[in-house]
Write a protein that binds this ligand. Structure first.
Ligand SMILES: [Zn+2]
Length: 437
């Protein structure tokens, strides 16, 4: 039993924070929240984790990451891709995804898991696309995530782009992982396919059918730039989400990432169907995809999380992207309140991923929390706390991180992780990857 006693406690990102409150953790879940004195009186024998001078809030939920993406940071390219299609076809597929093997994936998974913990992330959803690492790449990742001790949802981005054999292996990889995780506390799986332009209607239907049988969500990338919507208009006679709607898969079982370039009708479909969305503000900039209509989708009641896309994984930077981009696009400084961003970064991500009792520090919810330095040059108040965190903190301000009641970061150190050695191991694997292209 542990009492974590902080200056400020955020139980839910969309509720008022509590000054002078703490949280009691028992058996991996939040057992009580309240003022320090009440908790100390009620539980005099509990161990006290002193978080004075600090803010305690839910750990971040990174709703979309490619752990292997780290291996491509800084990879030499002959010339910059001149569009989204060229980004995939000339660069990302041949030089990165097709060249990945299990040793590379394991090293990147371990390093990025530690890096994410270090920046307050306690849950993530990973999408692996590495056709030449099949089968069993996901099982290898599962071992690494479990040993690092954070909550991971893993998936393989099944696709028909690399031929029928790889297409079958991709779907089977997800099924095998989902079944292997039935008893795992930390790791679970989702069904996942790539996009409309790499998967046929039959194949997409099969993915949803398998997910339905297994009781999991199905994930796909959707309209990351202008390319997919145009491709669908040209080849399928309607836009991406209209196609999904017409074949009957648009619904609460569908997690669509990106959703950047959407027609009015596609926004309507997202809102009315109950689909879930992950938003990647910084990665959308990187690939020249555009800026997703996030305030519009939130207004339609879409469940949305934030993701790093394996690009910049410091979640404070991701939040700043979400906080600032939409104001600029809509010419409206009120378009994206900090509390909304903080909610997408925590409980919104958990809802988008279909996780229960994750993403908020209410009684009975998983004790996934972070302790953030509360020493700011201006006073903290109930009304500015979210903005202070979103704008003026980064991973170096995260002192401690707990996942399901276990400390994984203390005093800024990821427990049991030699980050320098892990970076060196990852660098070696990145050199192997780069030498293949
Ligand atoms: Zn992605």
């Amino acid at each position: 039993m542990t009492l974590v006693l902080s200056d400020w406690l955020i139980t839910r990102a969309d509720a008022e924070p509590h000054r002078g409150w703490g949280v009691r953790v028992l058996d991996g879940v939040v057992d009580a929240v309240g003022p320090h004195e009440d908790l100390k009186t009620a539980y005099p024998d509990d161990e006290v984790h002193d978080a004075s001078g600090h803010i305690v809030m839910p750990g971040f939920v990174n709703a979309h990451v490619h752990l292997y993406g780290t291996l491509a940071h800084g990879i030499p390219v002959d010339s910059a891709p001149d569009g989204f299609w060229s980004f995939l076809d000339d660069y990302w597929w041949p030089k990165v995804e097709d060249a990945l093997d299990v040793a590379m994936i394991e090293a990147a998974t371990d390093y990025v898991c530690a890096e994410m913990l270090r920046s307050g992330t306690t849950t993530f959803y990973d999408i692996l696309e590495a056709p030449n690492s099949l089968p069993e790449a996901l099982l290898a990742q599962k071992e690494v995530v479990e040993s690092r001790g954070l909550r991971g949802i893993l998936s393989f981005e099944a696709t028909e782009r690399a031929g029928p054999e790889i297409a079958e292996l991709g779907l089977a990889e997800n099924v095998a992982l989902i079944q292997a995780c039935r008893d795992s506390v930390l790791v679970s799986g989702l069904m996942c396919f790539h996009t409309t332009f790499t998967c046929s209607e039959d194949y997409i239907r099969r993915a949803f059918g398998l997910a339905g049988d297994l009781g999991v969500l199905t994930h796909a990338h959707c309209n990351e730039g202008i390319h997919e919507g145009q491709w669908c208009e040209e080849h399928l006679g309607r836009r991406t989400l209209e196609f999904y709607d017409e074949i009957g898969v648009a619904g609460p079982g569908f997690l669509a990432s990106q959703c950047v370039q959407l027609s009015e009708r596609e926004q309507e479909i997202l809102g009315s169907s109950g689909m879930r969305v992950a938003h990647m503000p910084l990665a959308n900039c990187e690939v020249g995809g555009g800026i997703a209509p996030v305030p519009e989708l939130l207004a339609r009641g879409v469940r949305m999380g934030l993701g790093s896309d394996g690009y910049i994984n410091d979640f404070f930077a991701v939040m700043r992207g979400a906080f600032l981009l939409h104001k600029a696009r809509l010419l409206d400084p009120g378009a994206m309140p900090a509390a909304t961003v903080l909610a997408m970064a925590t409980q919104g991500g958990a809802e988008a991923l279909g996780l229960e009792r994750v993403g908020s520090l209410e009684i009975g919810w998983s004790a996934d929390l972070q302790v953030i330095d509360g020493n700011f040059p201006t006073p903290l108040t109930e009304h500015n706390l979210a903005e202070q965190i979103v704008l003026w903190r980064n991973h170096t301000h995260v002192r401690d991180v707990m996942v399901t009641g276990d400390w994984r970061v203390k005093n800024g150190e990821v427990l049991g992780a030699d980050l320098d050695a892990m970076a060196a191991r990852t660098r070696l694997q990145a050199e192997r990857l780069w030498s293949r292209s």
